[in-house]
Design a protein around this ligand. Structure first.
Ligand SMILES: *[C@@H]1O[C@H](CO)[C@@H](O)[C@H](O)[C@H]1NC(C)=O
Ligand SMILES: *[C@@H]1O[C@H](CO)[C@@H](O)[C@H](O)[C@H]1NC(C)=O
Ligand SMILES: *[C@@H]1O[C@H](CO)[C@@H](O)[C@H](O)[C@H]1NC(C)=O
Length: 374
């Protein structure tokens, strides 16, 4: 009987974990169809008629040098490195933007623990399907005061997709993060940096800001290139600290080896730069409502339970350890607001609402199952 009760509890917890999502999400990893109402958002937008970049059989955007590179009429970053004023690419001198792509994954918590322990905040570009798989990881990032940002729904090459597909990639990603955490992200990073003016215009119409990078650890090569030596990541970071006055780095919490590398290289960056999320170094809110991340009251207990060294050695990881942004933050309306007037009340209350609804759902399901099987 005890075994059965335990099974009921496990079943109800599993159901409760999914109960926090009321949306029915598209298949993980597939290019999603947008909701009809989302297409209204680009109906009157001035979207350049750039030709779709051809994809190879793996979906990879092909470097059409004769066309894209010779003209670069549409400022295609992945092939020419072209950026626009509206792209976030780097941080000011002396500052370093810390970013991690492709999570949340099963390997992410080790990185989260390390960041909590060293009280380091970063920007996480989350894949929609992964957020639906690991909503508690997304919640933890939010509660720890990191910036939550988008990395599309399916991690496809955006310049190869239709306008409608790009809307689906961004809006489903936004919705998953919103449902899991309560925040509405504004930043998105195009997978592979694959962006042109058509993608930019669609993103702008939807209220999103592109974020690229200017220092690539190439950690993503660990799975794609058998000749890649992980020590090169450390070697490159050492070179950066000797030559660069500022930057935004690209890393991935996608594999055990990339999480290990991320943990190894962080102290060198911290020793040379003021390391922070990209929104913070650019004085821009990562969220559409103009709020900035804060460490939530529940983060300290979460950190304490998941990582003993945090509570033992980092007394500042408490409710009062809010992240003080270094600059005033411009909201969506362009008005500037000071840090003190930026409570993340909207996000917090939505998140705790989700949590309590989830807990209640779990109780109800447990009660129902116990009744049926009693
Ligand atoms: C390259 O661009 C030219 C000119 O638009 C086009 O005719 C050709 O099909 C393109 N090739 C690929 C592989 O995209
Ligand atoms: C694309 O092709 C052009 C011309 O051959 C080359 O200069 C450029 O480096 C290539 N870019 C990428 C990302 O492969
Ligand atoms: C930097 O990384 C590249 C490959 O990504 C590698 O060829 C090079 O040796 C690395 N530099 C150092 C100093 O490790």
């Amino acid at each position: 009987m005890a075994v059965l009760n335990r099974l009921f509890l496990i079943a109800s917890l599993a159901l409760a974990a999914n109960a926090q999502f009321t949306e029915t999400y598209p298949a993980d990893g597939s290019v999603p169809t947008p909701k009809a109402e989302w297409l209204q958002l680009i109906a009157n937008a001035n979207i350049p008629n750039a030709p779709l970049v051809k994809a190879n059989e793996n979906g990879k955007a092909m470097n059409n040098s004769s066309y894209i590179v010779s003209t670069d009429n549409y400022c295609d970053w992945s092939f020419t490195g072209c950026t626009r004023e509206t792209d976030i690419v780097t941080c000011p001198s002396g500052e370093w933007g810390l970013t991690y792509d492709d999570g949340p994954t099963e390997f992410s918590p080790a990185l989260y623990d390390f960041l909590d322990k060293t009280q380091q905040k970063a920007t996480f570009f989350l894949i929609g399907g992964q957020v639906v798989k690991f909503p508690d990881h997304a919640k933890r990032l939010h509660q720890s005061g990191h910036e939550l940002a988008m990395h599309t729904w399916s991690h496809s090459y955006l310049t190869t997709l239709t306008n409608e597909q790009i809307v689906g990639e961004l809006k489903w990603n936004e919705l998953a993060i919103k449902e899991a955490t309560g925040v509405t992200p504004k930043f998105f990073r195009p997978p592979y940096g694959d962006i042109d003016d058509r993608v930019r215009a669609i993103a702008t119409a939807l209220g999103f800001t592109p974020v690229i990078w200017d220092h690539d650890t190439n950690d993503w090569k660990v799975s794609e290139d058998s000749s890649f030596n992980v020590d090169w990541i450390d070697g490159n970071v050492t070179e950066w600290t000797q030559t660069a006055s500022n930057g935004v780095s690209l890393e991935h919490d996608l594999y055990q080896s990339t999480v290990d590398a991320a943990i190894r290289i962080l102290p060198a960056l911290q020793a040379k730069y003021k390391v922070m999320p990209v929104g913070a170094c650019n004085g821009v809110s990562p969220y559409k409502d103009g709020t900035v991340p804060v460490v939530s009251a529940s983060a300290s207990s979460a950190a304490a339970s998941s990582s003993a060294p945090v509570s033992a050695s980092a007394p500042a990881a408490t409710a009062s350890a809010s992240v003080a942004p270094s600059k005033a933050v411009a909201g969506n309306n362009g008005k500037s607001a000071s840090a003190s007037s930026q409570p993340s009340a909207t996000g917090e209350s939505a998140a705790s609402h989700t949590v309590s609804r989830t807990a209640l759902g779990g109780l109800l399901i447990t009660a129902a199952l116990s009744f049926v099987f009693a």
